[in-house]
Design a protein around this ligand. Structure first.
Ligand code: GTQ
Length: 356
């Protein structure tokens, strides 16, 4: 038996449902049904944290090496997909990550696109990437940039497989429907400058007198060698106080601006000293990590949903937006990471919380 109130409530619900059905053909939807999800009290990313152990992934990379050539694939890459975003080629809502393999004698042909790319060298030695007429040889731990809309090809004239992490802003450019791409006419672009020319101009805290910015808001340094970043971190470890959240952490910079190396992505290298037990933090920019040296663990999330990942060299993991993260290491480790922080900062929406 219905009380008058229940009848009123159910007839209101009926009136509303009828309204929704009748207006739906005109592509109209009531805000009040979705408002709470549209403007959540705090970020609630659909992404989950995840770890890719290199030991488990490498055999599939090598099988890919047998299954298809770099030339046929154009880019022979296994995409690291967020488990909650399968099929979207995304590791966070805004970022793409993949592991690219090149074998001796291969060429990944020349093309260009509006998406910006970073390469972080994971395994092997001696492959090159060519950007805008200049080749850069890859060494483990090097951070290499492909600026938006620059011709680039990759090749390998030395020995053994070479694997690197590709970080691109593909999902972000897709979101803005702003992607253009073009294939080169030559397989490899012709080399017009000696290797190291960009580093000589911009890599020594000096710059050409007539201040040009050859790649706009992107850094003119194509390669930030690991030997240098490693030395900087070890010197910091010797004589500066430890940060309780980050250990010893530096951001890579565009030497012409002091800002991030690319307009859409920030990159970082950090050293966690042996015995480090970090305090928890969270930030709105989801972060992708590549483990360079050492071992450690990261606890991601809160309460029952928290997960702890144990990592070693060449492992990769993702910490989504506003997920609490806390690092620990017995042996010490070095971590490379990238995020979409410059975009958050440009929009004035970057938030970070350092918890205790
Ligand atoms: O090397 O140009 O992982 O265009 C995805 C798209 C790498 C590249 C990727 C690309 C590239």
């Amino acid at each position: 038996m219905n009380t008058p109130q229940a009848t009123t409530a159910s007839s209101a619900a009926q009136v509303r449902q009828q309204l929704y059905r009748d207006m739906s053909p005109l592509n109209l939807t009531p805000l009040w049904e979705v408002l709470h999800a549209l403007v959540p009290p705090q970020p609630s990313s659909p992404c989950v944290s995840s770890l890719w152990k290199y030991d488990q992934i490498r055999p599939f990379l090598m099988r890919a090496g047998q299954a298809i050539t770099a030339e046929e694939a154009v880019r022979r890459v296994l995409i690291l997909e967020n488990p909650a975003l399968r099929g979207q080629s995304a590791i966070t809502q805004s970022l793409y990550a993949g592991l690219q393999l090149i074998l001796p004698g291969e060429v990944a042909p020349s093309h260009r696109h509006t998406q910006s790319a970073l390469r972080f060298i994971v395994e092997g030695e001696g492959a090159y990437t060519a950007v805008d007429g200049e080749r850069t040889t890859m060494h483990p731990g090097d951070f290499i940039i492909t600026p938006s809309w620059t011709w680039h090809d990759h090749g390998h004239e030395a020995d053994g497989p070479v694997v690197w992490l590709d970080g691109l802003d593909i999902p972000m450019i897709r979101f803005f429907d702003a992607g253009f791409a073009e294939n080169g006419t030559a397989r490899s672009q012709s080399v017009s400058r000696a290797e190291g020319a960009s580093f000589a101009r911009y890599g020594h805290n000096m710059a050409p007198v007539r201040g040009d910015a050859p790649f706009g808001t992107t850094s003119p340094i194509f390669s930030y060698p690991y030997a240098r970043s490693r030395e900087a971190l070890h010197q910091l470890e010797r004589d500066t106080p430890l940060d309780a959240w980050d250990g010893f952490k530096l951001r890579y910079v565009n030497p012409l601006t002091g800002g991030s190396p690319m307009p859409t992505m920030a990159t970082f290298m950090q050293r966690l000293p042996s015995g480090f037990s970090g305090k928890p933090y969270r930030q709105t920019d989801g972060a992708v990590f590549s483990v360079v040296e050492g071992t450690g663990s990261v606890r991601v999330g809160d309460g029952a949903a928290a997960q702890t990942f144990t990592f070693g060299p060449r492992d990769h993991f993702v910490i989504p937006s506003w997920h609490t993260a806390r690092f620990a290491t017995e042996a010490g480790c070095v971590l490379f990471s990238f995020t979409d922080r410059p975009v958050h900062q440009a929009l004035g929406i970057h938030h970070e919380e350092r918890l205790s």
